[in-house]
Ligand binder design. Structure first.
Ligand SMILES: *[C@@H]1O[C@H](CO)[C@@H](O)[C@H](O)[C@H]1NC(C)=O
Ligand SMILES: *[C@@H]1O[C@H](CO)[C@@H](O)[C@H](O)[C@H]1NC(C)=O
Ligand SMILES: *[C@@H]1O[C@H](CO)[C@@H](O)[C@H](O)[C@H]1NC(C)=O
Ligand SMILES: *[C@@H]1O[C@H](CO)[C@@H](O)[C@H](O)[C@H]1NC(C)=O
Length: 575
């Protein structure tokens, strides 16, 4: 069996170079390929090299790819078409691993209408799953914001939308079956398929596994009859935010909040489920294709603004970014592609989840359209911090952030360059690597420089909030976002980690699917540490600084305590 497998794998080596826009680059002259994330820069800025890449199109080829690597003793990772995780979730151990791309394993979308389930191949992109379900009058409730992610990647990193409706905001909550290709003994052909259903306890490990159990082959999700969402947005001051936020979570099926902390303003999204017969053809136009030249232009503006370190300019831009948001639909259109007013009513999958830019296109006039983060352009690069804390702690956490803000509101303008801080609601989960409690996820974006070792204006603001949430509130970082140091001490945060590790030892005892990153974040002894302590590490969240050299003293950035949360250590300019 082994020989056939190796041939199969060899036949699909390194054709990534042909696939336009792939995060995988294979240099024909060298024996290795590199894989990058969707922004083109990993959290640690170090390239991720692999020896070979396989592009299975079905389960048989996936088994062959895994078996071949196990027989050769090669480490393995699976990556989706666009590699949408910021940390190195998709990077195999060492430099001679096998990367399995699911970009061509995406043909099956099998709907069982009577059972209200759908079974899909690992690499199916959400845009196609949602469209296919809609044709059959079915909805997938927990829509995340972007539809260019794959089903296996989405569940494996805990991707989520927002709301307590049904099973909750996270995609993995809707998983009722998984088939997984795991390493096996020689007598078993080096790889085998494990099929799990809702009655198997191991599903609690497999439905959110950061890819360390094996290669997901297919996933079965529970779905619902199609419904529509009715969305209204409202801007308010944040005076009673800490008292109102949970009311919003409970009262609306899919509510969420944008907090413009520096301005003391919130934009609440009141989104509720309405019958499919409700008139309305509204949709979300976030992440529709953007003109490449315009993306590059706006990135240039941001780069200039940042290079000037001009806080008042950032604050002015922050005001502009918020002023007309609600009045202009904030990403929503009613019928005929224009915004006419609230409520905007439309089909579930078209209302929350945006996309289309990942398709890329060139107009007859030669204009290129793509996503705002397309690494083939000088496009946007940003840090993303996403940390969840239980509902029971949110009131105090918001009060703390307000106290921090009140020390100098303008220092938080930088958090308003990409939409403000977002709160999303996620139900308590049975997944071992998820939170068992109903939680609020804080999500913040901050400008990141293309050059390493470059301080970002007022980055200490995000860093202090991050450390406050992690340390004082024992927050949990989103597995597919965040800078490396946010994953310190996950053993204390993930209550079911021991259960998860027992399943991992059974499914992949030799750790073929583990990497330096996964060992570090799961607290497996002997590997690299989570934080990368080196010069400048504090500037990029690779470490919590403990000395000035972790910042950039020659550029006037020193390691200092937080302004409100004194236990924080952040890189701050003295001027
Ligand atoms: C905030 O809004 C409420 C009404 O929603 C109003 O009563 C209150 O005066 C406002 N506070 C500030 C500081 O503007
Ligand atoms: C900073 O930006 C403000 C507002 O755009 C501008 O008026 C001011 O001249 C700028 N300051 C410097 C030092 O460039
Ligand atoms: C949408 O456009 C069509 C054609 O221009 C028009 O007949 C229809 O009334 C419009 N619908 C709405 C809701 O504006
Ligand atoms: C992307 O392209 C595919 C194939 O051409 C098409 O079916 C799909 O509708 C497009 N998606 C979006 C969101 O435009």
């Amino acid at each position: 069996m082994g020989r056939v497998q190796i041939l199969l794998v060899a036949a699909v080596l390194c054709i990534g170079a042909l696939a336009q826009g792939s995060p995988i680059q294979c240099n024909p002259g060298s024996k290795s390929c590199t894989v990058n994330n969707y922004q083109g820069i990993w959290t640690d800025r170090e390239p991720c090299e692999v020896e070979s890449v396989a592009y299975p199109t079905n389960e048989k080829e996936l088994i062959a790819a895994v078996a071949g690597a196990v027989e050769r003793g090669q480490s393995i990772k699976v990556v989706s078409k666009y590699a949408h995780s910021l940390p190195k979730v998709a990077c195999p151990r060492g430099k001679s691993g096998l990367l399995i791309s699911t970009s061509k394993y995406d043909s099956t979308i099998l709907i069982d209408k009577a059972a209200e389930t759908v079974t899909v191949d690992a690499g199916v992109e959400l845009q196609y799953l949602f469209a296919k379900l809609a044709e059959d009058g079915l909805a997938f409730p927990p829509s995340p914001s972007f539809n260019g992610i794959s089903v296996a990647g989405a569940i494996s990193t805990g991707a989520h939308g927002s709301g307590l409706h049904g099973r909750g905001g996270a995609l993995h909550e809707y998983v009722v079956g998984i088939s997984l290709v795991v390493p096996a003994k020689k007598e078993e052909g080096y790889a085998k398929v494990v099929k799990l259903t809702s009655s198997d306890e191991d599903l609690n490990a497999a439905k959110l596994s950061i890819g360390v159990l094996g290669a997901i082959s297919q996933v079965t999700f529970a779905v619902e009859p199609m419904f529509k969402r009715s969305v209204t947005k409202q801007m308010r001051n944040d005076t009673t935010l800490e008292d109102d936020i949970l009311e919003l979570a409970h009262k609306y099926d899919f509510g969420e909040i944008n907090w413009h902390i520096n301005q003391g303003k919130t934009i609440a999204t009141y989104s509720k489920k309405v019958p499919v017969t409700t008139p309305g053809e509204g949709r979300n136009i976030n992440y529709t294709p953007r003109l490449a030249s315009s993306i590059t232009f706006w990135r240039g503006v941001a780069e200039k603004r940042e290079a000037a370190f001009n806080r008042s300019e950032v604050c002015e831009t922050s005001l502009d970014n918020v002023r007309n948001r609600v009045a202009t639909g904030d990403g929503y259109v009613n019928e005929n592609g224009t915004f006419k007013g609230y409520p905007v009513v439309g089909y579930n999958h078209l209302m929350e989840t945006g996309g289309g830019c990942q398709n890329k296109s060139i107009s007859p006039q030669g204009d290129k359209f793509t996503c705002p983060w397309d690494p083939e352009l000088p496009a946007h690069v940003f840090f993303e911090t996403a940390i969840s804390i239980p509902f029971t702690k949110i009131n105090q956490a918001i009060k703390d952030i307000k106290s921090l803000r009140d020390k100098n509101p303008d220092k938080l303008c930088v958090l308003n360059m990409y939409g403000g801080t977002i709160f999303r609601f996620v139900r308590g989960s049975s997944a071992y690597l998820a939170s068992p409690q109903d939680s609020v996820q804080f999500d913040m974006l901050l400008y990141r420089d293309r050059k390493s070792n470059t301080p970002t204006l007022d980055e200490d603001s995000m860093e202090e909030i991050k450390q406050l949430l992690l340390k004082k509130y024992n927050g949990r970082p989103h597995w597919g976002k965040n800078q490396d140091a946010a994953f310190e001490n996950m053993g204390a945060r993930v209550t079911s980690l021991a259960k998860f590790l027992r399943v991992k030892r059974r499914m992949d005892p030799h750790g073929y699917f583990s990497s330096e990153w996964s060992d570090a974040v799961l607290g497996i002894k002997g590997g690299r540490k989570v934080s990368i302590k080196r010069k400048y590490c504090g500037l990029e969240g690779l470490c919590v600084c403990s000395e000035d050299s972790h910042c950039a003293p020659e550029q006037n950035f020193f390691c200092r305590p937080g302004v409100f949360f004194k236990a924080a250590r952040v890189c701050r300019t003295s001027s």
